[in-house]
Design a protein around this ligand. Structure first.
Ligand code: NAD
Length: 495
């Protein structure tokens, strides 16, 4: 019989048939050996459907398709204006399909449908348009040399075939952050979505066909990290790997690049980001940002503001404000438009986060609010505040990736900076103060790729994003991300 590369699901807006195959050369196909894995609804703990699971042989086919497209229809064979046009078309289609995409994101990932639609998808559409605008504006320089009969110029050429490995916390948005700049630069793509949330990446492949992209430009190989991800990172015909996920996997990816063909690598990894609240801050606003910092996306956020340090003079007042706000967070059904927090993505993440909560209690930190699961079905966790934390506790040092905040106080600005920087990570940091000079001093001293002053977690498609220290290598978004997907060629010209 015909191998199954689709599945029927029930969504709030009606029944839908979703693609579940690998996507190679603009066609959905089963894995060569028929392997599949299951994806689970984290709100109900029930299996949604089986999805084809790419093996090394499938990755070979996808890379070959991407190479062929790079050599014939994309890269140097397709003008930037044309690439941009296709990308604008894809953005329009994504916008038209926002509701059904958001419903599937809520089903597979657990994030609230409203947030998926208005933020994840809204920002992804804007990201595609932002880079579509760049597609015909990527160029080098002309350089006069000291010999008048010679000149040199640079060209920013597409790097080639890019492997892109993305996590489960923002399945659509991470897809857009990776795919948009790569396409604008003329690269071809083999995308590996997370095995926990493969469904929306495959729906986007349907839109790629509708938009009219040539076969092989974008391929998608859902599969297990240690199998499909491993094959992609060790592949000798992949020129570049762009990765977002854990620091542990990031290390493996650099190792794979080093041991195979020295493919270029960019990494966007974890964090343990601090928020500093100084006594001059607007406390109500600061509490809103600190709340958003750790509860947005259920804390499954690489920039989660998981440590808050508050000046001792305002500690008690601030804590009371924060508790009230934490207790107002609506945790529940992601299909309900009023929900702010759905479940965590998987049983594994749920157990990991509850494990950290137990560990914090045992280590002597005090649960001020939350502190466990919500309900009896689904991977729901109550937004949790730990007070009285000390710098060596695991809950203060390690990335929890859940709605769990550690709170402590500081006396001086110097102490605040040193607490904030006492981490191997350096992704984000926030500071809240109404003293402009203090804002300048502290933002200069914080070791983080993004510093938010009197706000938190807001990103723009035209502003770079990435990590200091062990939070990553390279920058995504903005003009900076074009460097990830271009190679500079210098031409010396004798005339
Ligand atoms: P992960 O790093 O294992 O997974 C991210 C992606 O990498 C997935 O697509 C996965 O299939 C792939 N992958 C896994 N092993 C691989 C390998 N050996 N070679 C190539 N690709 C591989 O993350 P996870 O296990 O889903 O989550 C674990 C922790 O990672 C979380 O608790 C959190 O701390 C962190 N995390 C961070 C981010 C972020 O945005 N910074 C995102 C997701 C997870």
């Amino acid at each position: 019989g015909t191998p199954d590369v689709s599945a029927a699901v029930a969504l709030p807006s009606g029944k839908a048939t979703l693609p579940t195959g690998l996507f190679i050369n603009n066609k959905f196909v089963p894995a060569v050996g028929g392997e599949t894995f299951q994806t689970v609804n984290p709100s109900t703990e029930e299996v949604i459907c089986a999805v084809s699971s790419a093996q090394a042989a499938d990755v070979d086919l996808a890379v070959a398709a991407a190479r062929q497209a790079f050599k014939t229809t994309w890269g140097k064979h397709c003008p930037g204006t044309e690439r941009g046009k296709l990308m604008f078309k894809l953005a329009d289609l994504m916008e038209e399909q926002a509701q059904v995409l958001a419903e599937v994101e809520a089903l597979d990932n657990g994030k609230p449908v409203k947030i998926a639609r208005d933020f994840d998808i809204g920002d992804s559409v804007a990201c595609l348009r932002y880079y579509a605008g760049w597609a015909d504006k990527i160029h080098g320089q002309t350089i006069e040399t000291n010999d008048l009969q010679k000149l040199a110029y640079t060209k920013h050429e597409p790097i080639g075939v890019c492997g892109q490995i993305i996590p489960w916390n923002y399945p659509i948005q991470m897809w857009a952050w990776k795919v948009a700049p790569a396409l604008a630069c003329g690269c071809t793509i083999v995308m590996k979505p997370s095995e926990l949330t493969p469904l929306t990446a495959l729906m986007l492949c349907e839109l790629i066909v509708q938009a009219g992209f040539p076969p092989g430009v974008i391929n998608c190989v859902p599969g297990i990290g240690s199998v499909a991800g491993h094959a992609l990172t060790y592949h000798l015909d992949v020129d570049k790997v762009a990765f977002t996920g854990s620091t542990l996997t990031g290390r493996k990816i650099m190792e794979a690049a080093a041991k195979s063909n020295l493919k270029k690598v960019t990494l966007e990894l974890g964090g343990k980001s601090p928020n500093l609240v100084f006594e001059s801050a607007d406390l109500d606003q600061a509490a809103n940002w600190c709340l958003l910092g750790i509860t947005y996306n259920m804390g499954q956020d690489c920039t989660a503001g998981s440590r808050v340090y508050v000046q001792d003079t305002i500690y008690d007042t601030f804590l009371q404000l924060l508790i009230k706000k934490f207790e107002q967070v609506k945790v529940g059904d992601p299909y309900d438009e009023k929900t702010f927090n759905g479940p965590l993505v998987s049983k594994g993440q749920f157990e990991k986060v509850l494990g950290f909560i137990d560990e914090g209690k045992k280590a002597g930190a005090k649960v001020i609010t939350g502190g466990g699961r919500q309900g009896t079905k689904g991977y729901f966790v109550k937004p949790t505040i730990f007070a009285n934390v000390t710098p060596n506790m695991r809950i203060v040092k390690e990335e929890i990736f859940g709605p769990v905040l550690s709170l402590a106080s500081f006396k001086t600005e110097e102490e605040a900076i040193s607490l904030a920087n006492a981490t191997t990570y350096g992704l984000g940091a926030g500071l809240h103060s109404n003293d402009a000079k203090q804002c300048m001093r502290v933002s200069g001293a914080l070791e983080a790729g993004t510093v938010w002053v009197n706000q938190y977690n807001l990103l723009n498609n035209n502003v770079p994003f990435g990590g200091f220290k062990q939070s990553g290598i390279g920058r995504e978004l903005g003009q900076y991300a074009l460097d990830n997907y271009t190679a500079v060629k210098a031409v010396h010209f004798n005339y």
